[in-house]
Ligand binder design. Structure first.
Ligand SMILES: [Zn+2]
Length: 487
């Protein structure tokens, strides 16, 4: 073995001390990890966050994973303007009501009062609806399948890096279809794309389902959501997909001539995920040593730390460089050649930054033609033959990706509890049991009572059929709702 375990090195202990315990001080832990791992930093405008290069690299990898899936399902990217005329936002009644409190307005420009205020986009249904009305003429123009990557602004009162910020980065898909059924299928398809991305790339298991009426997107017919459970028992809405029906088509007069020679309204959808998912990633997998990244979205999947203290220093460094070269084709690799810090310091530094795998190489390893692999979580350190290093590293990264999902899935599965009464539901929410599953008649009055009694909201309606009566009124239940406190 090339080194003592990092925790045994007294000079390195300070590192971990600077990060509060995740289980005891979750909020402080979250902020400390973001700042120390250099994911993001504060900025003098309230609610605005600077994403630093390491954080942005993770976001870029997330974008790639999503974008690849969007393209594979037939979508292409475009870009629409940041400013939206006030009259556009006012055209769909529910939409304007839903977003009014959060919209930022530009009223002056070039030293003059504007004749019509411009909204800084909170979302782009209206801007895109206006353009679709110009572009869509015939059923041959359909479907229109467009996505845009952009920033949006929502004037939030309380903010937290990634989870809730005034300006944030996201993608918004906007599609127009010939029939209502096609729009419904699209909305469900994109929800499944989000679920697959969260579970496969981010190793975050989610519940997927429909939003209750009270929680749906302003102007939507149906909203669908994926919800992840964070370690403090609170739900994180990680992505939403909306079937907008013909609401926006009517508001923006998006019509087409169908093959039967009659003019019809299109049916539209919209769907989005934001960098909020990155916040979810930090919370879901991190530990007391800092960030833990799933290999698929890790800017560095493995870091090589050569032990350069012995007399074979040049040989060790040369071997480390050769390993890095060999791995570069298959792995995002970083060779840490710094000499001003100790190997132990480096171990802690890269662990804190969540690098999934460390490769140690010392003089003794070199003489035995081996290297030592130390995964960030799961199976402990192990020596592997240098000849076989690419395959060993690939396998170790695959294991980390899988273990993270298994760990998070075990947590989710043990934090879904059923409640048969209001009291059971309230007590489960109070003791942070996670998602509370209740049978519900579907009446808004019962939902309101349960919200007040639990301090939680219905996160989604599942597809499964209820057994037993409504948790509130005792009448026949028609659906299963999952309640939780939420970010
Ligand atoms: Zn009821």
């Amino acid at each position: 073995m090339s080194q003592a375990a990092p925790s045994e090195r007294p000079e390195d202990r300070g590192f971990v001390k600077e990060i509060p315990s995740k289980s005891q001080h979750f909020g402080d832990w979250y902020t400390a990890v973001i700042l120390k791992a250099e994911l993001a930093d504060y900025y003098p405008v309230r609610g605005c966050t600077v994403i630093r290069p390491y954080g942005f690299s993770i976001w870029e990898l997330m974008q790639q994973g999503l974008d690849r899936r969007f393209k594979a399902t037939g979508h292409t990217n475009a870009y629409f303007p940041l400013f939206i005329p006030q009259s556009f936002l006012q055209r769909e009644a529910e939409h304007v009501e839903g977003f009014a409190p959060e919209v930022a307005w530009v009223t002056r420009g070039g030293g003059e009062e504007l004749s019509e205020p411009l909204a800084v986009r909170p979302t782009s249904e209206t801007a895109i609806g206006h353009m679709y009305a110009r572009w869509i003429r015939s059923y041959r123009d359909l479907p229109v399948l467009i996505n845009q990557w952009c920033n949006v602004v929502r004037w939030e009162k309380a903010t937290r890096p990634f989870l809730r910020t005034m300006e944030f980065l996201w993608q918004e898909g906007h599609t127009a279809h010939r029939t209502p059924d096609e729009a419904e299928a699209e909305a469900r398809q994109m929800l499944d794309v989000y679920r697959d991305f969260a579970e496969t790339d981010l190793s975050i298991p989610v519940l997927a389902g429909r939003k209750p009426e009270s929680e749906k997107f302003p102007g939507a017919l149906h909203s669908y959501t994926i919800e992840a459970l964070m370690p403090d028992g609170q739900a994180l809405q990680a992505g939403t997909s909306h079937n907008l029906g013909q609401n926006f088509a009517r508001a923006f007069d998006i019509k087409f001539l169908d093959s039967d020679n009659t003019e019809k309204f299109v049916s539209t959808t919209s769907w989005g995920v934001s960098w909020r998912m990155l916040g979810g990633l930090i919370m879901a997998h991190g530990d007391d040593r800092g960030l833990v990244l799933p290999p698929i979205v890790a800017p560095f999947q493995a870091v090589i730390v050569p032990i350069l203290s012995g007399k074979n220093r040049d040989d060790v460094l040369a071997a480390a460089r050769s390993i890095a070269e060999r791995l570069r084709a298959s792995t995002r690799i970083r060779l840490d050649e710094r000499t001003e810090v100790t190997p132990g310091w480096k171990f802690n530094d890269w662990e804190m930054r969540g690098v999934p795998l460390r490769i140690e190489l010392g003089p003794r390893d070199l003489s035995q033609k081996q290297a030592v692999l130390v995964p960030r979580i799961g199976a402990g350190r192990r020596a592997v033959a240098m000849d076989n290093i690419a395959a060993e590293v690939g396998a170790a990264l695959g294991e980390v990706q899988k273990s993270l999902f298994a760990q998070a899935k075990a947590y989710l599965d043990t934090h879904i509890v059923s409640a048969a009464t209001r009291e059971e539901a309230a007590s489960a929410i109070a003791s942070r049991k996670g998602f509370v599953r209740v049978a519900w008649c579907g009446e808004a009055a019962c939902e309101q009572t349960l919200r007040r009694a639990t301090g939680a909201s219905p996160r989604l309606i599942a597809d499964d059929r209820p057994s037993g009566p409504c948790v509130e009124c005792g009448k026949e239940a028609r659906q299963i709702a999952y309640y939780a406190r939420a970010y």
